[in-house]
Design a protein around this ligand. Sequence first.
Ligand code: VG1
Ligand code: CO
Length: 543
Amino acid sequence: MPVVTHKSVPIEGQKPGTSGLRKKTRVFMAPGYLENFVQAIWSGIGGAAGKTLVLGGDGRFFNDRAAQTILKMAAAEGVARVIVGQDAILSTPAASHIIRQRGADGGLILSASHNPGGPDEDFGLKYNTANGGPAPEAVTDAIWRATLEVAAYSILDAPDVDLSQPGERRLGALVVEVVDPVEAYADLMERLFDFAAIRAMFADGFRVCFDAMHAVTGPYAREILEGRLGAAPGSVINATPLPDFGGGHPDPNPVWAADLVARMMAPDAPDFGAASDGDGDRNMIVGRGIYVTPSDSLAVLAANAHLVPGYAAGLRGVARSMPTSRAVDAVAEALGIGCHATPTGWKFFGNLLDAGQVTICGEESAGTGSDHVREKDGLWAVLLWLNILAVRRQSVAEVMQAHWARFGRHYYSRHDYEAMDATAAAQLMDALKARLGNMRGAEFGGLVVATAEDFAYHDPVDGSVSRGQGVQICFDGGARVVFRLSGTGTEGATLRVYLERAEADPARLLQDPQQALAQVISAAESLAGIARHTGRHAPDVIT
Ligand code: VG1
Ligand code: CO
């Protein structure tokens, strides 16, 4: 079969970083565009000839076509073996696991995560390295530079490979190994958690509702929760992955998973509710009558992980992204273990996990994970919660109240202003940064600034420094606000405002979070002048 060379289409705009390249699907579908990025990946990783790679995605529109293109380009490049999920499906954590388990050189993951899918929505591609985690900045920068130089790409002129059944196929000299996307991952979960205890809890009548949001975790949750753990049939809803995720955003938060939250607040609610995102790396946890913020969930998991077989030896340390609430810091302090604050994005946890400095990490955006893979992992968090509940024999609400009574409560919320004019958003951030030096001691909405900084991260493992990771303003008394621009949107700019206030008074642990944060919210507005800069008077999404 001949290798042919075509002209590629240059990639313009935002530099692909943390989450790879995310663009409108039609942009990716333009002839030569996806191919430019794939050719740049080969070049950015120092050539892929002779290597073993993992390939799979979240099943969104164009997933199947993109996988065929990548396989034919891998064959032209001289890649030795590609391990690909059946029908080109792999959740992000499952792909991370297979890279590690099989000792692969890396992997290509087709996903735009929580962004909607379809011909007029979003598509994405990212590269993970041999440790199973998102490529570090040195690699993503090399790939980005290569995109600017690639003028042509090579592809094998061959018919599509049949990915519908497990087994080995050949594409020229390339071995295409099609694997069951769920099995190895489900086996890993079975090694980490006490499946017998969770099974017994389900057998006792414990009811769970898992909303797969028509995204990739459907088959995983069905096999693990209903299959291996014996949860009642129908416990997993929206379980069939659809190319457009049924028209919604596969983003597990109270806005996009409103149906699940409503079900959990109803009188006949199940005991436990959860949802996951497009590519299966995030999670939302809801108890009967109680929504658990991702920051609180991270803290509860860190405080209770020792109850579970995979973490019985205790935690080496924990890490959170800087905007994530400091609830987990309080747990780390009580446990006497280290607590790291990293920039937003999972790749920064990789070095700490590889160096054995942390065991559990998480982000306020509903990503939690551990050293079992090098990605955040939605179903893992759900199973860890279920195992903890099976051991503690308490409801989610009881676990939360006990946690707050012991560690205090960190009221927390994120306000997102989406699809804003990119220039206005940049001006808002620049104006804030210009004033950071004079903020100390100044009063905003009744709160006095204690520290104000443009967050820079000094990686304790490799010494690298990442600057400009968000404006963090802490007030006297412990309240905090963080401003940053999203790096994953595909339209205009998204401003994220993260708001936090710690409460230790036992009589004030059960307030409505938006009310408990009212003063911090008004301080944020007077600090940044969001309405003045952008004309927006309220956020689009509150989580
Ligand atoms: C968002 C979240 C961030 C997360 C990233 C990728 O980034 O805030 O915490 O790591 O998405 O998650 P941003 O730059 O839009 O704030 V996913 O589930 O896309 O892999
Ligand atoms: Co995701």
